[in-house]
Design a protein around this ligand. Structure first.
Ligand code: DGL
Length: 270
C-alpha cells in the first residue's frame, strides 16, 4: 500500500516532489496519463472517464488514498467522482481546497459562513477546462465574499511544457499574463491553478511583477496531506517503494521528468 498521485502528465511531479519532502517515510505511486495529455482541452465526460480509469489503476497498486495532483481533473471530475463513484473505503482528494484555504486564511474543516478576506483581486491562471468549470470560484464563494476573480485560460502552456519547449512556454506565459492584465491591471494575488505551471513560476512572477503574490499548490497540498494522514493514519499504507507509471512512452517521459525535477526519475508502463 502507498498513497497514489495522479496527473494527466508530468505536471503533478511538482506536487509529488513536495509530498516526498514533507512525508519522507510515505511511499507514493505516481500515475501520469501522458498518452492522453493535455486534459485541459477535453470535455468533462472525457476527463471523468480518463481520471476514473487512472484512479482504478492506482487502487490496484494498493493506494486507497489518491491525490488528484491535477487541477483540471479536480475541477472537472472530482465532485462527480466523490458523489457517485468513490466507495466508502477509498479516498480521492483534489488540489483546489488547500489553495483556497491558504488564500482565505482558513484552517481545514473551518465551515463557518463566507467572510471578507484581505485579498480582493485574484488572477487565476489555469487550463481552459478548469476555467470553464468555474470550480475555483465555486469553492472560493463557500469561504469568502467580495473577492474579484479574473480567470485566464492558458491554452498551449501544458503542451509546451510536456514537449519540453521552455522558450515557447515562457512566451505563452507572457502573453497570457498580458491578456489578463488588460482585464485586471492590478491583481494582488495570482493563483497558478495547474500543476504544470510551477515549472514556469519565474516566468509568471516576472511577467506579473514583484508586488503580486504568486500562489502555487505543491507545498500547500503537502501540508494538507500531512494533516489528513495525522487524522486518518489508516490511509498512510505500509509500502516502502515509490513507483512511477505512465500511459505514454516510459523512456521519453522518464527523460523529460528527470530534466524537470533535476533528479533521476524512472517511469514504467502503466
Ligand atoms: N497539470 C494539470 C492541471 O493541473 C493538467 C493539465 C492538462 O492536462 O491540461 O490542470
Amino acid at each position: 500500500m502507498a498513497v497514489g498521485v495522479f496527473d494527466s502528465g508530468i505536471g503533478g511531479l511538482t506536487v509529488l516532489d513536495a509530498l516526498q519532502k514533507r512525508l519522507p517515510d510515505v511511499a507514493f505511486v505516481y500515475f501520469g496519463d501522458n498518452a492522453h495529455s493535455p486534459y485541459g482541452v477535453r470535455t468533462h465526460d472525457d476527463i471523468f472517464n480518463l481520471t476514473t480509469a487512472a484512479v482504478e489503476r492506482l487502487w490496484a497498486e494498493g493506494c486507497d488514498l489518491v491525490i488528484l495532483a491535477c487541477n483540471t481533473a479536480s475541477a472537472a471530475a472530482l465532485k462527480r467522482m466523490q458523489e457517485t463513484w468513490v466507495p466508502p473505503n477509498k479516498r480521492v482528494l483534489g488540489v483546489f481546497v488547500p489553495l483556497i484555504e491558504a488564500l482565505t486564511e482558513r484552517q481545514w474543516g473551518d465551515n463557518s459562513p463566507p467572510r471578507e478576506v484581505a485579498v480582493k483581486h485574484v488572477a487565476l491562471f489555469a487550463t481552459p477546462a478548469t476555467v470553464a468549470s468555474r470550480a475555483f470560484q465555486r469553492e472560493l464563494a463557500y469561504r469568502a465574499i467580495g473577492v474579484d476573480v479574473e480567470a485566464q485560460p492558458c491554452a498551449g502552456v501544458v503542451d509546451a511544457i510536456e514537449q519540453g519547449d521552455e522558450i515557447l512556454a515562457e512566451a505563452l506565459v507572457r502573453s497570457h499574463v498580458e491578456s489578463l492584465k488588460r482585464r485586471m491591471p492590478h491583481p494582488e494575488a495570482a493563483v497558478l491553478g495547474c500543476t504544470h505551471y510551477p515549472l514556469m513560476a519565474k516566468a509568471f512572477q516576472d511577467a506579473l511583477g514583484p508586488q503580486v503574490k504568486v500562489y502555487s499548490q505543491a507545498n500547500l497540498v503537502a501540508e494538507s496531506l500531512a494533516d489528513y494522514l495525522k487524522r486518518r493514519p489508516e490511509f498512510v499504507g505500509s509500502g516502502i517503494e515509490s513507483k512511477f507509471l505512465t500511459t505514454g512512452d516510459a523512456t521519453y517521459v522518464s527523460s523529460k521528468s528527470t530534466q524537470f525535477l533535476r533528479r533521476r526519475i524512472s517511469f514504467e508502463a502503466a
